[in-house]
Design a protein around this ligand. Sequence first.
Ligand code: S3P
Length: 442
Amino acid sequence: MTSASNRQFRVTPGGCLRGDIRVPGDKSISHRAVMLGAIAEGITEVRGFLEGDDAMATLAAMRALGVAIDGPKQGALQIDGVGLHGLSAPAGPLDLGNSGTSMRLFCGLLAGQTFTAELVGDASLMRRPMRRVTEPLARMGAVIHATEAGTAPLSIQPAAGLHTIDYAMPMASAQVKSAVLLAGLYARGQTTVTEPGITRDHTERMLTAFGYPVESHGGEVRVSGGGRLTAGPIDVPADISSAAFFLVGAAIAAGSSLTLRDVGLNPTRIGVIEILRRMGAQIDIEPASSAGGEPVGTLHVTPAPLHGIEIPTDWVPLAIDEFPVLFIAAACAHGVTTLSGAEELRVKESDRLAVMAEGLTALGVAVETRADGLTMTGGPIQGGRVHAHGDHRIAMAFAMAGLVADGPIEISGCAEVDTSFPGFVELAAQVGLRISAVEQAT
Ligand code: S3P
């Protein structure tokens, strides 16, 4: 899964975003559709599946665990569910590429199996913290070996039965919550997870859609083990995290007028819209019918003068993946934007506070970082060279800055864009971004 090429983007200034598009399917929901479809009873038909490297890594791992899956064919999958106890031992390590969601959710799902599984990934994933899931799972009776540093490779051994846990998460993380809930499906009795801040609830919604009882009130989520999931159709909405690049691009580039169709508008994911609107952005929402327990709508965005804001800390988990591009919006805003309570950004695919600050500084934007956030002052964006450090969202965020920069922006380390947004360059060019990509062998 490690990229053998160093893709570079070059964006020339000018241009605006105009058109009517649908960005690819939601990454979080695509992972869960494969995982829950695999352990359901019956055939799950998925439409709108994201054919990006991360969700494809989950799919390949499920096949290695003995699940027959047809597709994807233009986003359509047919998963022949094996039931909660039907997974089988993989022949070798499961390579989860760049995908933290795959690794953490698989930890929960595999903790209660009767076979050994080894989880590995690319250089970035092998550096990411896994103790946040192995520690609560160990308290449930799971046997998981990690490195001294608490990182992958992870070896998940058969456990002598899992017990329940009442777990107060130390950080607001949907991946940790989901890992514990998935392990809870295999434990006797009721497992409870309490979150310190509201995080995305796709696991809870999809379990419910599969007929599995989940209780969720005021930041506490409960499941009891020993139930069953019944297969059914799943429509994956367009990913709001991918739409976010276009929302910001059209908000900052004069002359833009962009419609984004079928975007997932789960209340635990719409922080990016709330933050942009508070900054003055003009985003209209037309709700559509909900698909598979997830609300969906059409967004229309036109340019507006933006101003800096203090981002409320309780909105941070609701926009956790959108900060790279929100920093581009803040760079184009009048005045100061402050973000606090966002230390989780330091342990994503890259240290997103450090990497964004490095790139913004190279483009002449004033940024000051702190352990848990940053302060930036909007102003002109110069052309220049930046490095995405193999982080898909950093690459796409800087590409949008090219709309308003006063010279070309060259971005290196962009190959991982395919993890979440295959076809980004083509779609962005189609609506007016002056972008080209060059592959350089490494
Ligand atoms: C995700 C949860 C978030 C997010 C990630 C996807 C998920 O991670 O950043 O891209 O699908 O559960 P954390 O739970 O670590 O915040």
